[in-house]
Design a protein around this ligand. Structure first.
Ligand code: AMP
Ligand code: GLY
Length: 424
């Protein structure tokens, strides 16, 4: 069968690497892809939100399955677009329809969903411009720190953790009255701050049954020792030692099952991934957020620990027989170190030539923000490469990924050398 992956980051590179190995896969296309995805398939320069362009490609190349990487096309309804089109309606899309994608597309929707289905999450209230005064009063009674979240998608920037009441009131006003995040902050969720260690849990579902994929830990801050500004993700590791069988049982019973059952009770169809961002507080899982897609750079580590045919699992999702499929998970440790552009996550350097990838010994170099310039591979994004290795134990995995990252060079390159070492 012919498969199309939508997206252009490290996550989509890891998907493409895994999908290309499947016995089910004849031709693989990636739209738009990056300089690295051409190793696994054919790049087609179409934007993930250009639904008409995607339609033309699917028909021209006789695509039989579409795997959606990022949230934006899902929240904008790419799956619904397929279902509503006579020529596309029988071509399966892995990724939820617009209603299910609201789990990520609206923080208020996801908080109401969790409340309705008794899924543990931080206490919250939602405010709009009309109820700004109530919000300011509420903040005065809420504990500190307090978390403000723009309701809609805000390119990962819509969450503010405020340490003082003054800061919280100023920011709430900026979000609601001055549209700090545009339409995305026309509603704001104010929630209690949770302490603990974060964990990314991934579930694949056909809307009825589900499979739990390997869990991972993501490192969001730019600086070593988890300091400095937030980024899209600087590295990941899987498995995560504290997420042992007993802990994952709590996650399954307290969070995953009620989430899948909740979707069913609410009549929300869902075929795709659910990424559950958890806070482990004293051994108890609390849901920080849902995403309607896989995480990046978690996917790079997760794909390397799935030993079974990934397309077979995608077909289970598409055809509604996921319960009949088997997922084989490697007991080894996968580690990913993300290499970023100089200046990232602020203004960053671009168009720098990348050298040394041929010196990498025992990792896969997944491309993220790269393009071709003649025969050169150049940097075009903030997150440039994701270096992923699998080893028998955690220490070797962390060492190998870090050592391999240091074999690559481009002007201004930076990566964290401490990914995963806090867990040893
Ligand atoms: P989100 O966009 O919901 O993923 O939030 C971004 C990040 O903010 C999360 O990954 C957490 O690190 C942090 N965060 C969000 N909500 C909370 C909370 N209630 N308590 C503590 N940290 C939070
Ligand atoms: N690694 C976090 C995310 O993909 O949102």
């Amino acid at each position: 069968m012919n498969i199309l992956i939508l997206g252009s980051g490290g996550r989509e590179s890891a998907f493409a690497w895994k999908v290309a190995q499947s016995a089910h896969c004849d031709k693989l296309f990636i739209a738009p892809g990056n300089a690295g995805t051409t190793q696994y398939g054919t790049n087609v320069n179409i934007k993930v939100t250009d639904f008409e362009g995607i339609k033309a490609l699917v028909l021209k190349e006789d695509i039989n399955l579409v795997l959606v990487g990022p949230e934006e096309p899902l929240v904008k309804g790419v799956h619904d677009f397929f279902l509503a089109d006579e020529q596309l309606k029988n071509i399966p899309v892995v990724g939820p329809q617009q209603e299910g994608a609201q789990l990520e597309g609206s923080k208020d929707f996801s908080k109401q969903f969790m409340e309705r289905h008794n899924i543990p999450t931080a206490a919250y209230r939602t405010f709009t411009k009309d109820t700004l005064q109530d919000g300011l009063t509420y903040l005065a009674t809420a504990g500190l720190p307090v978390v403000l979240k723009a309701d809609g998608l805000a390119a990962g920037k819509g969450v503010l953790i405020c340490l003082t009441l003054e800061e919280a009131q100023t920011e709430l006003t900026a979000m609601l009255a001055d549209a700090k995040f545009g339409e995305a902050s026309s509603r704001v969720v104010v929630e209690q701050f949770l302490t603990g260690i974060e964990l990314s849990v991934f579930v694949m579902t056909d809307g009825n049954s589900y499979k739990i994929l390997p869990e991972a830990k993501d490192y969001k801050r730019i600086g070593e020792g988890d300091t400095g500004l937030n980024t899209g993700g600087m590295g990941s590791i899987s498995p995560v030692p504290f997420a042992d069988a007993a802990y994952m049982k709590k996650v399954e019973e307290g969070v995953i099952t009620p989430t899948i059952e909740g979707l069913k009770k609410d009549g929300i169809p869902y075929k795709g991934f659910i990424f559950i961002g958890l806070m482990n507080s004293n051994g108890e899982p609390w849901v920080i957020e849902y995403n309607c897609r896989m995480g990046d750079p978690e996917t790079e580590s997760v794909m390397r620990r799935i030993d079974s045919d990934f397309v077979d699992l995608l077909l289970g999702v598409a055809e509604g027989n996921l319960n009949e499929k088997e997922i084989i998970i490697s007991p080894k440790t996968a580690a990913t170190v993300v290499m970023v552009a100089g200046g990232y996550p602020g203004e960053y350097l671009k168009n720098k030539v990348i050298t040394g990838t041929e010196n990498v010994r025992d990792s896969i170099v997944f491309h993220a923000g790269t393009s071709m310039d003649g025969n050169d591979v150049i940097t075009t994004g903030g997150r440039v490469l994701a270096i992923t290795t699998v080893q028998d134990n955690m220490f070797s995995a962390l060492q190998q990924a870090t050592a391999d990252a240091s074999r690559i060079y481009y002007d201004g390159m930076y990566f964290r050398k401490d990914i995963g070492f806090d867990l040893l």
